[in-house]
Design a protein around this ligand. Structure first.
Ligand code: GLY
Length: 337
């Protein structure tokens, strides 16, 4: 082959060779669609999100559907059936974020059943990211969300009456009872009340686009007005469509201090797997104060653009739920302390 012919041949075959090389060097189809969510209560949440994803719907619609499903249930820690603050009022926090970094959130909203959908309206209809308290409620009502009664659920009334006996302001969250029956059994306080918190979920759709949502009633018996990590973009939820998405559960103040989910996504950007990225974020909390970390729980959950997922927690007991074409199950997170 003379030089001219060789150059011609190279020009024709180079793209083919490059494609072959990238295939041989580990290119694999992303595991999508997929949805992952915090806790074992994430199983029905994932099922609601999967209905959207399996019909080729968007990750954004899927995470909203999943979060709404949770808000419809009577649960200690999400929605209007959740435990109240120390004044006996249920206040809800929620946020949502899409693949274009659009995001919206509400914090401390009262008497509104679906804060995640209000958060989405904030994202889509306002130039703002977060609305709080009475303003968030006013915005919700103006946008057609019915104002609910605000009466406590039976389980919340019982838990609040119990708490009032001592009225001890001692934020304890999410350290699972060691007496539980097996790793995936529901987690309870010693007095029998449920001790889960935030529902956070992230999903990737058929278009390889990521979104996430978080919804919670926050820490039980908190000071009225307290806001945790859940509605804070970069703390309770972060999505970067080039890299991945992460959400968190546990003691929100600790997550806010390290901008937890933003940190997890940045670790994934540096090449860490979702599990290692979550582990490094947990280490950041523990490094600040090991003795304090022994008394609290934080769990991170992450998904990357390949559809790989992982979690890590400070304490034993954090579990998460996964739904894809390949699986539909609960996983136990590794932990540090
Ligand atoms: N992670 C929920 C909260 O701290 O409010």
């Amino acid at each position: 082959m003379n030089r001219r012919k060789f150059l011609h041949f190279s020009a024709l075959t180079a793209p083919l060779l490059t494609a072959t090389r990238s295939f041989a060097s580990g290119f694999e189809a992303a595991n999508r669609p997929i949805v992952i969510s915090t806790w074992d209560s994430g199983m029905p949440v994932n099922a609601a999100a999967w209905k959207v994803l399996s019909a080729k719907g968007s990750a954004l619609d899927a995470v909203e559907a999943g979060a709404r499903h949770m808000e419809d249930r009577i649960d200690c820690c999400v929605g209007l059936g959740g435990y109240p603050d120390r004044d006996g009022i249920v206040t809800l926090d929620s946020c949502i974020m899409d693949h274009q970094s659009n995001c919206g959130a509400v914090a401390g909203i009262e008497k509104i059943k679906h804060p995640v959908s209000v958060a989405r309206k904030v994202m889509e209809k306002t130039p703002h990211v977060i609305l709080v308290g009475a303003g968030a409620q006013q915005f919700a009502v103006e946008n057609g969300f019915p104002l609910e009664s605000g009466e406590l659920s039976e389980s919340a009334k019982k838990a609040y009456a119990e708490w009032l006996k001592k009225s001890e302001y001692k934020p304890v969250i999410n350290i699972e009872n060691k007496k539980q029956n097996g790793p995936f059994a529901p987690q309870f306080f010693d007095d029998g009340t449920l001790n889960h918190d935030t529902m956070g979920l992230v999903a990737m759709d058929m278009n390889n686009d990521l979104s996430g949502a978080v919804t919670t009633s926050g820490m039980a018996f908190k000071i009225h007005g307290r806001v945790g990590d859940s509605p804070i973009i970069g703390a309770g939820l972060f999505v970067d469509n080039e890299v991945g998405a992460a959400t968190s559960s546990g003691l929100g103040e600790e997550v806010i201090r390290i901008c937890g989910t933003h940190l997890v996504v940045e670790f994934m950007r540096q090449g860490y797997s979702p599990e290692l990225a979550c582990k490094k974020a947990c280490e950041r909390i523990v490094k600040r104060n090991l003795e304090k970390a022994k008394t609290l729980q934080v769990g991170f959950l992450a998904l990357n653009k390949k559809g790989q997922y992982g979690a890590y927690a400070i304490q034993k007991g954090f579990v998460f739920s996964v739904k894809s074409e390949k699986e539909n199950q609960i996983h136990q997170s590794k932990y540090l302390v």
